[in-house]
Design a protein around this ligand. Structure first.
Ligand code: IMP
Ligand code: MG
Length: 174
């Protein structure tokens, strides 16, 4: 069963707000916005349109290896960005942070490549799942422990196209 927890209307308002905050923080800077595929694609498309100023876009895809196990801190980049980010101000845009491993690792990788700064923007933050001390710089909503889908987030690659965020009950996950 799907139960809506964040409506389209709330999403729209919050992204508008966040876009204004990011625009102010990066005033007079050139920003490289990086979308973490596939989950962040919907959020990314809406967020970049709420940011004023010079923004370039790039896309990457990453997976945690051994996801689901304890020792699953490392990530694989399955599809990399094309942009040379040396000296650039980078904003990684992700659908949700739970353990924090994905964004913590991505941030380190991009800093090692010589970015001037690397910040993170998440659509959802699920702090109950944290296994690291990772804290996102920007987040739209904090959610309690639950499994959610929609607005880019999936269960077995489905439900990404829902325009709202919904909780997916246990009996629908098999
Ligand atoms: P982590 O912060 O490294 O644990 O990674 C978070 C990743 O786990 C996200 O990018 C999602 O792919 C996935 N994830 C965590 N919680 C959920 C959820 O409730 N629904 C869908 N995907 C989730
Ligand atoms: Mg993801």
């Amino acid at each position: 069963m799907l139960r809506t927890i964040i409506s389209e209307e709330r999403i729209r308002k919050r992204i508008d707000e966040l876009g204004r905050i990011i625009s102010a923080d990066y005033k007079d800077k050139d920003l490289v916005a990086i979308c973490v595929l596939k989950g962040a694609s919907v959020f990314f498309a809406d967020l970049v349109r709420c940011i004023n100023g010079n923004v370039t876009m790039d896309f990457l895809s990453a997976s945690r290896f051994g996801a689901g196990t304890q020792a699953s801190g490392n990530i694989n980049i399955l599809k990399d960005i094309f942009t040379d980010i040396r000296g650039k101000d980078v904003l990684i845009v992700e659908d949700i942070t739970a353990t924090g491993y994905t964004l913590m690792n991505l941030k380190d990788i991009l800093l090692e490549r010589g970015a001037n700064s690397v910040a993170t923007a998440v659509f959802l933050d699920k702090p109950s799942g944290r296994a690291t001390d990772f804290v996102p710089d920007y987040r739209c909503f904090e959610i309690p422990e639950s499994f959610v889908v929609g607005y880019g987030l999936d269960y077995k690659d489905k439900y990404r196209n829902l325009p709202y965020v919904a909780q997916l009950s246990e009996d629908c996950r098999n």
